[in-house]
Design a protein around this ligand. Sequence first.
Ligand SMILES: C[S@@+](CC[C@H](N)C(=O)[O-])C[C@H]1O[C@@H](n2cnc3c(N)ncnc32)[C@H](O)[C@@H]1O
Length: 247
Amino acid sequence: MTSSELWSRETADRYDAEEAENSSPAALRPALDFLARLAGDGRALEFAIGTGRVGVPLRERGVPVTGIELSEPMADVLRTKADEETLPVVIGDMTTTVVPGEFTLVYLVYNTIANLLTQDEQVACFENAARHLVPGGRFVVELNVPPLRFLPPGQIAVPFDVSDRHLGFDTFDLVDQQLVSHHFTRDGEDGRYRRGSCRQRYIWPAELDLMARIAGLELEQRVADWDGSPFTDDSPRHISVWRKPVG
Ligand SMILES: C[S@@+](CC[C@H](N)C(=O)[O-])C[C@H]1O[C@@H](n2cnc3c(N)ncnc32)[C@H](O)[C@@H]1O
């Protein structure tokens, strides 16, 4: 039983259109270069592969990719782009689902580790990644730094997007380390906004490193983006790479 919210058919049908800007070849190229380099001659496993925004083009670059995905509707959309033989997907929870074979790379992008709402499950996710890796293999996570520096005392909300089509803000529960991302999206031209929300457990980089240690992985690299820019005080997100020791 997972704490993750189940992504619905409606969300799945809208996903690619809503993520079009972050799905173009130009937007994805740095991530694909980064991931293909780490996969080397081996196989890659994407946790929470969704509609294949990253997995499908990585497969097209020649990297054998397998996916684990909780939502059948999301995987159904992926299936319109790649068949089972080209890109196998197992429906299941990324904390517990085991797929056949060994991988040089396991990756989990787009803040999705935060969809696991408990610390125990986030640790289990690291352990499941480690379970699938060959010695020397890597686990890559792309995640926002919790934006708590933008939360003034006494407030509970931080806006992250204020544009004509979309209003987005996070609300925080600092005691339980939870946030809810709220989205108000203008659908048509009639001025109506559709409301959506997504619960997450936010995580600091240092806590991730401890989870990795529990899973027997070592931090190899932390950068601010897929181009490899240095991670600094002001970086809003990070790409972190942990390695399974050899021997
Ligand atoms: C933001 S989307 C990311 C999809 C894809 N990785 C991408 O980059 O476009 C989050 C995905 O995580 C999946 N997900 C959430 N919790 C999960 C879990 N516990 N195990 C497997 N997949 C999960 C959702 O169903 C959804 O498809």
